[in-house]
Design a protein around this ligand. Structure first.
Ligand code: B16
Ligand code: MG
Length: 210
């Protein structure tokens, strides 16, 4: 029986990838190269610093460390302009209902996200109080596929990995859950997330299953 559930944020609870995309594209436009939605797939689940490196690689641009830091900050400022506008309507289908169902069953809930803006976003969409623990990019040093974020989540919930389940939309996150020894449900496409123990289209499918 499952005692704890660990949720990724972007792609599982909200679709912030579209705002990350617009913010990175804004930087790419300034540099004068095209940054496509398919390029953006490579940034999912990846840290801000690593995302910038991928964007620079796509544009063939070389920056020193100081400039990289400045550009990462500029990107985040732009991204914040979008997420400041978020509200409950941006929750993905079934996300809130499923969290509520789990709570009714006494399952403890943690967030396991690479984002440094995770707590802010949970507040904006009005579900912060549904989480017993929030592990995000401000708390971990090793990014997914390292298992750190999910192991820290289990620890904060006071549960063993084998009593938990992870919900993830990104390959790196699924690899992280597997490395942590946690049962993992992939949210998205079977052909991309085949490593997961189970793949579903969205949390609404679990709400319907009851
Ligand atoms: P930030 P997740 C990840 O969120 C995003 O998928 C990824 O595209 C982003 O670069 C990363 O958060 C860091 O976000 O710039 O807000 O710190 O899927 O791990 O919830
Ligand atoms: Mg994600």
């Amino acid at each position: 029986k499952i005692k704890g559930a660990l949720f990724d944020l972007d792609g599982v609870i909200v679709d912030t990838a579209k705002y990350h995309y617009l913010a990175w594209k804004w930087l790419a436009d300034q540099w004068g190269f095209e940054f496509t939605e398919s390029d953006n797939e490579r940034l999912k689940g990846v840290s801000r610093t690593r995302s910038l490196e991928i964007v620079l690689e796509i544009g063939g641009i070389v920056l020193d460390e100081e400039e990289k830091q400045r550009k990462a900050e500029e990107k985040n400022e732009r991204y914040l302009q979008y997420i400041r506008q978020m509200d409950e309507s941006e929750l993905l289908p079934g996300a809130k209902q499923y969290l509520l169902q789990l709570r009714e069953r006494g399952v403890r809930i943690a967030l396991g996200s690479a984002s440094k803006n995770a707590s802010f976003i949970l507040g904006k969409v009005g579900i912060a109080e549904l989480f017993d623990a929030v592990i995000d990019g401000t708390k971990v040093s090793k990014a997914k596929p390292d298992p750190e974020v999910f192991l820290a989540g289990c620890r904060e919930l006071g549960l063993d990995p084998e009593d938990c389940v992870v919900f993830e939309d990104a390959e790196a996150g699924i690899a992280a859950a597997i490395a942590a020894g946690i049962y993992v449900v992939g949210i998205g496409r079977q052909d991309i997330l085949g490593e997961a123990d189970l793949v579903i289209g969205g949390l609404e499918e679990l709400v319907a299953a009851g």
